[in-house]
Ligand binder design. Structure first.
Ligand code: ADP
Ligand code: MG
Length: 362
């Protein structure tokens, strides 16, 4: 039997390469929303309004009151690897913005139609530009009436990736995933930024928080009075206690935790762990299971805890560049970090007990 003939190796078209890469960053509407929310927050927005149609697949608008985009930057806004946030690789050590790769808007423009309207404080009016496949479309920036800030409209997501598009079934799933993203940020940003989520054409909002509301009020409005009443505040400093950028790479690990945990009388339908590490939302299935185990050990009925944790570690101990969607972060000292989390869980537990005792006494 003759050996198979090898096919020629050829370079893929840029357009194909970009679309494949874009599909990794923008996996679904909620991932695009997360990126754009983070851009708005990086721009200093106080209020962000999101409007969705068909869970964001058909239409997604994110409107903020942030600093806006400079007119001279509009032509390269959706190019790949263009950013106002990172200059040198070393800056990643101490980066304080949520974005840094300059990849989100480019990726979104490779899988959907993007319209940006923006106005900075020094502009007399706004500008509107449409983008496709990374490029600004003619005729370029068009003067329009606007308010300071930025509005980005994303239409027909995955119109050019039919297998992906077909994988989404009609129903509330994508809308709810977008709602999840907004809920996390609404809680984390309580006291500094407010959020609104609406379905296109509906007056009633699915989520609405004010920039000035205290965190417990935000949680109450999103998750209801019963949950809010069952929450215990958690504040904790551990290790060396130093979480500043000055902690050297080989320095002792310090951590700070600020959060809310449900008490033992809370009977939930599903466990919730909302975890932010150094200002970034992080998925941590392992910690969630550990928390469930801690609760179950004390009250088998309280097996579905609700926990919000804002964990701060020295920036140099957290690697933000490990995951394309920035959903995961890496720890320099994985074991110490795990220890910090265990300590956090233990401390929550203590609080828990105190809370339960207090309730028992009442
Ligand atoms: P990154 O956030 O990693 O810099 P993005 O592709 O998300 O990359 O955004 C590219 C650039 O566009 C940002 O660096 C920022 O300067 C600008 N930008 C995007 N969205 C906004 C916004 N809502 N308000 C102000 N500037 C924005
Ligand atoms: Mg960004």
């Amino acid at each position: 039997q003759p050996a198979a003939v090898p096919a020629a190796i050829q370079r893929l078209d840029d357009a194909v390469v970009h679309r494949i890469a874009a599909g990794e960053v923008v996996q679904r509407p909620a991932s695009a929303l997360k990126e754009m929310l983070e851009n708005s927050l990086d721009a200093g927005a106080r209020h962000i309004t999101v409007v969705l149609k068909e869970g964001g697949l058909k239409y997604m608008q994110i409107q903020d009151d942030g600093c806006g985009i400079r007119l001279e930057d509009m032509p390269i806004l959706c190019h790949r690897h263009t950013t106002s946030k990172l200059r040198a690789y070393e800056d990643l050590d101490t980066i304080s913005t949520l974005g840094f790769r300059g990849e989100a808007l480019a990726s979104i423009s490779f899988v959907s139609h993007v319209t940006v309207t923006t106005m900075t404080a020094s502009m007399q009016h706004g500008y509107r530009v449409r983008y496709s496949d990374g490029e600004m479309l003619p005729p370029g920036p068009k003067p329009v009436a606007a308010v300071p800030g930025t509005s980005i409209i994303v239409e027909d997501m995955f119109y050019n990736m039919l297998p992906r598009k077909r994988a989404f079934r009609p129903g509330p799933e994508e809308h709810n995933l977008c709602l999840d993203v907004l809920q996390k940020y609404a809680i984390y940003k309580a006291g500094s930024a407010g959020f609104t989520l609406k379905r296109q054409g509906e007056a009633r909002s699915d989520l609405h928080t004010l920039p000035t509301s205290p965190r417990l009020d935000v949680i109450r409005s999103l998750f209801g009075p019963d949950l809010a009443a069952s929450l215990l505040p958690l504040q904790l400093t551990g290790g060396s206690g130093d979480v500043s950028a000055a902690v050297p790479l080989d320095g002792p690990l310090g951590f700070k935790v600020d959060g809310f945990v449900s008490n033992l009388t809370h009977i939930g339908r599903r466990s919730t762990l909302i975890l932010f590490i150094n200002g970034r939302p992080v998925d941590q299935g392992q910690l969630k299971r550990a928390l469930e185990a801690v609760y179950v050990a004390q009250n088998p009925k309280a097996n579905k805890p609700w926990v919000f944790l804002d964990l701060q570690l020295p920036p140099r101990h957290v690697e933000v560049n490990v995951h394309p969607t920035k959903k995961e972060v890496g720890f320099l000292h994985q074991q110490e970090a795990a220890a910090a989390e265990e300590a956090a869980a233990a401390a929550e537990w203590q609080q828990q007990q105190q809370g339960a005792d207090r309730q028992g006494q009442q």
